[in-house]
Write a protein that binds this ligand. Structure first.
Ligand code: ACO
Length: 326
């Protein structure tokens, strides 16, 4: 049976940094509240001329450089995002043109905070089919484009960024070992952007009512996120006869340090094996796991033969885990 393995990783975050102290000047919040409730200290925010395709293009070029292949070698580009440049064309099409991937087709995938895991699972199956040899997956979100910087419930939580990988057929044990993915549309109203789509097309009134920004019931989302992420992480370990001790690195979605701690505690994964970078970036939605994976790789925290566990929970609700043998 063919496996898909990750042969290149990269990430990019915009240069501008917004600290908790900057937010204190914009809404009624404090560095202390944000840090203690979420673990976030700062986030990166795009400049006015940057959009999701620009962050993705930087990641795509870096992925090719690190792998030592040309853009024309790529068969398929999958961009996971809830903040595409446009409804159409897809961000994947823009990235394809920007890098000159003339032999690739592709599409955008909307999985919110689970977008990177959904993207990896999709790429995995395209590789396993035997038809595709080099698939690029990028998780990107420009959350600042849908953040209401007058709403303290949401604006302190998110940031902008992108992370990605190239997947190829594996000729060894290494590759994606297993995945468990879920979705429950029951969660739709607890975390959503009400306006701008076909349900509420943009009008002067919809803009006045601020319907194009992300809204959430934080407490509800928190409760479901802790349960969803912990349950699915525990299940994928049990299904593969592994325990937390067997995991060399856990790379969770970075929404809230307390959600990450609850999940790693339930799976008995010791704290030194948990990747946490929420303090630097906030929640970059589809960006978090790809950013974390590349940072971990650069820091030498991932070695051949290691078991790596990825888990996420997000809007939809969507959630899931992927187990990788590196
Ligand atoms: N600064 C100061 N006070 C605030 C802020 C803020 N930025 N935001 C909310 N508050 C206030 C509220 O108004 C409320 O006040 P009240 O009690 O007088 O009504 C109080 O703080 C809420 O405090 P807590 O209940 O203690 O806050 P909680 O511990 O629930 O933390 C948080 C809130 C951080 C939003 C948490 O619920 C959370 O992380 N939820 C998950 C949301 C999330 O991450 N969504 C992103 C996408 S989904 C995902 O990625 C998993």
């Amino acid at each position: 049976m063919i496996k898909a393995k990750i042969t290149s990783t990269a990430h990019y975050v915009p240069k501008n940094v917004m600290t908790n102290f900057d937010l204190e000047k914009m809404v009624d919040t404090s560095d202390e509240w944000i840090k203690s409730r979420t673990g976030i200290q700062q986030r990166h925010i795009v400049s006015p001329e940057e959009a999701s395709s620009d962050l993705s293009t930087r990641v795509a070029k870096d992925l090719l450089l690190k792998r030592g292949i040309s853009a024309e070698d790529i068969d398929l580009i999958i961009i996971s995002t809830v903040t595409p440049d446009h409804f159409t064309p897809s961000t994947a099409a823009i990235v394809q043109k920007n890098i000159g991937a003339n032999n690739a087709w592709g599409f955008d995938l909307s999985g919110a905070c689970s977008g990177y895991i959904y993207g990896l699972e999709t790429a995995n199956n395209f590789i396993i089919s035997g038809k595709y040899k080099k698939v690029m997956v990028i998780g990107v979100d420009t959350m600042s484009s849908i953040l209401d910087f007058t709403d303290r419930d949401t604006c302190v939580l998110f940031g902008d960024g992108a992370g990605g990988a190239i997947l190829e057929p594996s000729d060894s044990e290494s590759g994606i070992v297993d995945s468990i993915l879920h979705m429950d549309g029951f969660g739709g109203n607890f975390l959503h952007v009400p306006g701008g789509g076909s349900r509420i097309p943009p009008t002067v009134d919809s803009v006045k009512k601020r319907l194009h920004y992300i809204k959430q019931d934080g407490k509800k989302v928190f409760k479901f996120a802790v349960k969803g992420m912990a349950d699915v992480s525990e299940r994928i370990l049990a299904k593969n006869n592994l325990t937390g001790d067997d995991i060399a690195l856990f790379i969770p979605h970075q929404a809230n340090k307390r959600i990450i701690d609850a999940t790693s505690d339930r799976c008995n994964i010791s704290k030194d094996k948990v990747l946490i970078n929420i303090n630097h970036y906030g929640n970059t939605t589809a960006g978090t796991i790809g950013i974390g994976m590349n940072e971990a790789f650069n820091e030498g925290r991932i070695k051949g033969g290691d078991y790596i566990l990825l888990s996420a929970f997000g809007a939809g609700f969507t959630w899931g885990s992927i187990l990788i043998k590196w």
